[in-house]
Design a protein around this ligand. Structure first.
Ligand code: SF4
Ligand code: SF4
Length: 165
């Protein structure tokens, strides 16, 4: 009953009111979100196997060559480059002037859900700060995504966080 009352109250904000018209996003393949400071690209076992298959490798070999354990979870490796710590699968050669994912079809959840992460769409300030700091020229431009789509990606990302390895 209380739950229904909350849903029907126009003054209640479930955190999506600032983006009620949806958000625009279209990747320009600049590669900025796949590099930067030292970080991690998390994946679970199922995603790891999918990436290994996409790379045409046996899973154990894939793990040894391209991944490491950070805080008890698996992450893709990074390469220390002039651009920053590039994800090991960021390909800056394939398309001149672009940086593309070498595993695009099999990329893990955190890559597929970007930029609709909880901490990024928490509020408009967080969205603008992430757009500026990444920097991500695709945020706020191009294709319009509905709130429903964004919330679905958000939930997908939430479900993937902290999964046991
Ligand atoms: S920073 Fe934005 S525009 Fe650049 S590769 Fe990432 S998602 Fe695409
Ligand atoms: S897996 Fe692909 S999309 Fe994800 S960080 Fe690496 S290069 Fe970027």
């Amino acid at each position: 009953m209380a739950e229904n009352a909350r849903k029907n109250d126009p003054n209640q904000d479930d955190g999506t009111s600032w983006m009620k018209e949806g958000l625009k996003f279209e990747c320009t393949c600049c590669g900025n979100c796949c590099t930067g400071g030292e970080g991690a690209v998390w994946f679970d076992d199922e995603e790891g196997r999918a990436m290994a298959a996409h790379a045409g490798m046996e899973y154990p070999e894939f793990l040894v060559r391209y991944t490491r354990v950070v805080d008890g979870h698996r992450s893709l490796n990074e390469l220390d480059t002039v651009h920053g710590f590039d994800c090991v699968f960021l390909d800056r050669e394939k398309i001149p002037g672009k940086a593309v994912c070498g595993l695009y079809e099999a990329r893990p959840t955190q890559c597929r859900t970007w930029p609709f992460w909880p901490e990024v769409i928490e509020n408009e300030r967080a969205w603008n700060r992430t757009k500026k700091n990444t920097p991500c020229p695709g945020m706020g431009n191009g294709q319009l995504f509905t709130v429903e789509h964004i919330v679905a990606r958000l939930q997908e990302q939430r479900n993937s966080e902290g999964k046991p390895w």
